[in-house]
Design a protein. Structure first.
Length: 360
């Protein structure tokens, strides 16, 4: 939050802001090659703010109008002082003032039709570490808000670095992660869905700390992740084989979250949310048997997904009931050999487990 003397500085600086777009190129307020020195300041003078505005004017204009050889460099310039190693030194005040100068330009670019520039704008927003950046990205979560699939991919990915930024308020972040999960349940594009799930994973393992809403965000992330994961399996069962490109890679995250968790109540909730969904994988593979076997990649993914799923079912059910064991199946080979019987046996066994009292 800005202090009163900072607010005064900002009001004073506003009087020069209107002149900056002209001055940046005329030499009155020369645009620096870097904002590294300004970025680490806890108090910014009107001259510092004018320097920030000149820097933004120069590189945002290049991003908007430059050709393929110049605008990528402008993207890197606009990100340099707020992301990566350099970004660790950026003060909250600098981020707010920098974002205030840059955000109107990013909004303009995101409203245009050039996909690479729009992706660049989303990436830059992801590095800002401010509520305004979260708000900007949250407007492009669904196909209705953002028809361009590639932009939705990068919107979801660009929210991730904002999750652990202390400048971003818990309420804004919680709302965005909840909205992201709701968008993911309806998302039809598997590349977008995979990025959305990756961002939900980041929310479940965030490092914000107690005072910055870590536990609340973890809970929201886990709830949304479970709903999206179950929906992906349901869609796979309905014939969308591309969901295997989402389901199989995501399983390692689910297992890691379970193994790394010490809270008994959280473990029980995750098991109850996850095992019933995983038990549906067997029926999904059987329902799409011929289509899966006709595609070597899908056959491999389906076999690996079943094996990983069974490992997780045993792990989670043992935590709840202590009764499960696996016969170390080789589902990938079964699919290749056109042998349904092990999968049918798995469907019956684990379907019974998932419908048991422990999961009510």
């Amino acid at each position: 939050m800005l202090t009163s003397h900072i607010s005064i500085n900002h009001l004073i600086a506003s009087s020069v802001a209107l002149m900056v777009s002209v001055a940046a190129f005329s030499g009155d307020v020369p645009a620096p090659t870097s904002l590294a020195e300004v970025a680490k300041k806890d108090v910014l003078s009107p001259a510092d703010e004018a320097t920030i505005a000149a820097f933004v004017e120069l590189h945002a204009t290049t991003l908007e109008t430059g050709d393929a050889t110049t605008w990528p460099k402008a993207r890197l310039k606009l990100l340099a002082d707020v992301s990566g190693v350099s970004g660790r030194r950026a003060t909250p005040l600098f981020r707010e003032i920098y974002a205030e100068a840059l955000m109107p330009r990013l909004k303009t670019i995101l409203a245009e039709s050039n996909t690479p520039r729009r992706i660049a704008a989303a990436q830059i927003a992801g590095g800002l570490g401010t509520d305004s950046a979260v708000s900007l990205l949250s407007r492009s979560l669904t196909p209705a808000q953002e028809p361009n699939e590639a932009v939705r991919v990068w919107t979801a990915a660009s929210i991730r670095p904002l999750i652990d930024q202390p400048n971003v308020t818990p309420s804004r972040l919680n709302r965005t992660i909840r909205n992201l999960g709701q968008a993911a349940v309806l998302e039809q594009s598997w590349p977008v869905l995979r990025q959305q799930l990756e961002t939900l994973v980041a929310a479940t393992v965030n490092t914000r700390g107690d005072e910055a809403g870590q536990d609340a965000l973890m809970k929201i992330g886990r709830e949304q992740q479970a709903a999206v994961f179950a929906k992906a399996i349901e869609r796979f069962q309905g014939g969308d084989l591309q969901m295997l490109l989402v389901i199989e890679p995501h399983m390692r995250h689910v297992q890691s979250q379970f193994l790394d968790q010490n809270d008994e109540q959280v473990l029980r909730v995750q098991a109850r949310d996850t095992v019933p969904a995983l038990s549906n994988l067997y029926g999904a593979v059987l329902a799409n048997w011929d289509a899966i076997r006709a595609d070597e990649t899908m056959s491999q993914l389906a076999g690996r997904a079943l094996k990983k799923g069974e490992i997780m079912i045993v792990l989670m059910d043992n935590h709840l009931t202590g009764k499960s064991q696996s016969s170390s199946p080789k589902y990938e080979q079964d699919i290749i050999k056109n042998d349904k019987s092990p999968i049918e046996a798995g469907k019956a066994k684990w379907g019974t487990v998932a419908s048991g009292r422990a999961y009510k």
